[in-house]
Design a protein around this ligand. Sequence first.
Ligand SMILES: O=C(O)c1ccccc1NCC(=O)[C@H](O)[C@H](O)COP(=O)(O)O
Length: 314
Amino acid sequence: MSRRLQLHSRHHCQASRGKQEPEPEPLEPGRTGNRLATTIKRKQAQLQATLKEMGEEALEEQLQAAGEFPVTPAHRFATLIECTIPTGRPVLVFELSRPSPSTTSSQLAEMAQRWVSWGADALVVPTDAEVTSTGSADLLAVCRAVSVPVLQRDWILHPLQITDCKAAGAAGLLGIITQVSGRGTAVMSSYAAALGLDAPVEVCNRTDVQAMSQAGVGLFGVNLAVGLSLALPNFATDMAKGLLADLPFGAASLVGIRSFDEALKARLAGADAIFVKNELINPVLAERKPANPYQKYGMEGLIERLKDVTCGDD
Ligand SMILES: O=C(O)c1ccccc1NCC(=O)[C@H](O)[C@H](O)COP(=O)(O)O
């Protein structure tokens, strides 16, 4: 990677690509519909209920206390990226959720240990109530079980969620999205950074990248699933390539992928870290496996194959 990492700095060099006027771009096509709006409404309602129960004073105390004791060591995920870049391969981050409702948190923690022993560099544990009813317990168990960075995945709309993430022992979180949080995005990102957490900010277009760069964000997320509804060949990977090329000097990127092809394209586009999502992992873990090209790998094989595909030697 030619870009030098300056992930911890909130005010790193912003202009490496000359002065480009931000072009107004449409909202990301895959998320403009009802699904995102419904999800955000649901999440806001949950948060409002929690905040009401908590009361303003307790909230204030929790936010302040978290800020007084940042996590140590801080910025473990960003540091991992920084240390991995010179090796010429991306950091491989794997999504980890219960393969079946009967899986317990401690079984999940054991899975986490196995994945790490097979070469997973970091893990992501989803906690959104729509996908799991045991997210908080799972996050806690996995954070305790492994020494690699563990990131929480949720829709992050309020700083309280960031303090909960810290309390669970996670190294950071996915789910701060520019198109969702608007002007509040930079505040959420800097609050996470102040607690020593790494929170890649998800960007969808050049306007997002420029706004976040100006706000000092140094770690960016790209979700290739955005834009799915357009169903144009190569739309997602072309978009990712453009976005990664637009990142400011010193910034790092995490790109979410659902296939080997996407992993390879993400790497070729310059992704510093690759987030391997459940869409690629679940078929490998499924007990009764539908015929699919990945079933032959098993999780250990999947990790090994992804390392091969993304290391740049193929
Ligand atoms: O989901 C990704 O690919 C991703 C990549 C890099 C940073 C963050 C990412 N996701 C965080 C999110 O909160 C997702 O945008 C959200 O869960 C929706 O994901 P999906 O349903 O897979 O589009």
